[in-house]
Design a protein around this ligand. Structure first.
Ligand SMILES: CC(C)(COP(=O)(O)OP(=O)(O)OC[C@H]1O[C@@H](n2cnc3c(N)ncnc32)[C@H](O)[C@@H]1OP(=O)(O)O)[C@@H](O)C(=O)NCCC(=O)NCCS
Length: 139
């Protein structure tokens, strides 16, 4: 559903006040203008994993390498600063641009959630992907 600025502010406030462990970043371009956001959320210190989320809202900023750079920074932050073992995510199977970015960062295809999303009149699979700290040490 469409989000208004006040809805986003309210969600951000609730997010900040919740007990869920997360880190939330705003992505800036070279001119320091905000173009999107990236998060590590559901940070689980016992099992040492977290989910990654990424959104570049400015379409004019797509295809310029920002996504690839941000994923690399977040993954390094997760492994080297938060001392996590695994970062995971889900992505629609038709989001080839995002999948390519995740693959470049070392994410593996772990499995498929069949017909998980209904959009544009049809069901689409979601792909569960993850990268382990040890994956990056071995490569
Ligand atoms: C997905 C997203 C984060 C990617 O960021 P980006 O800055 O556009 O991506 P980059 O420029 O770093 O890299 C894009 C890569 O995808 C490739 N690509 C683009 N379109 C593609 C397609 N249709 N099929 C396969 N690869 C494609 C590019 O060639 C590039 O790979 P390369 O460097 O090997 O050539 C961004 O487009 C976005 O936020 N989209 C909307 C929200 C979204 O989908 N978020 C992810 C939810 S899981």
């Amino acid at each position: 559903m469409p989000l208004t600025p006040s809805t986003i502010r309210e969600r951000t406030r609730k997010y900040a006040e919740s007990n869920e462990k997360s880190v939330y970043h705003t992505i800036l371009n070279e001119a320091a203008e905000p173009i999107g956001n990236a998060q590590l959320f559901k940070i689980d210190p016992w099992n040492r994993n977290a989910e990654l989320g990424l959104w570049i809202g400015e379409k004019s900023a797509w295809g310029k390498g920002y996504g690839t750079e941000v994923i690399g920074i977040l993954v390094q932050f997760a492994f080297n600063r938060l001392n996590l073992h695994k970062v995971y995510l889900t992505v629609d199977s038709d989001n080839l641009r995002a999948i390519r970015c995740y693959e470049k960062a070392g994410f593996h295809h772990d499995g498929i959630l069949r017909d998980e999303v209904f959009k544009n009149g049809q069901y689409v699979n979601r792909i569960y992907m993850s990268v382990l700290k040890t994956d990056l040490i071995q490569t």
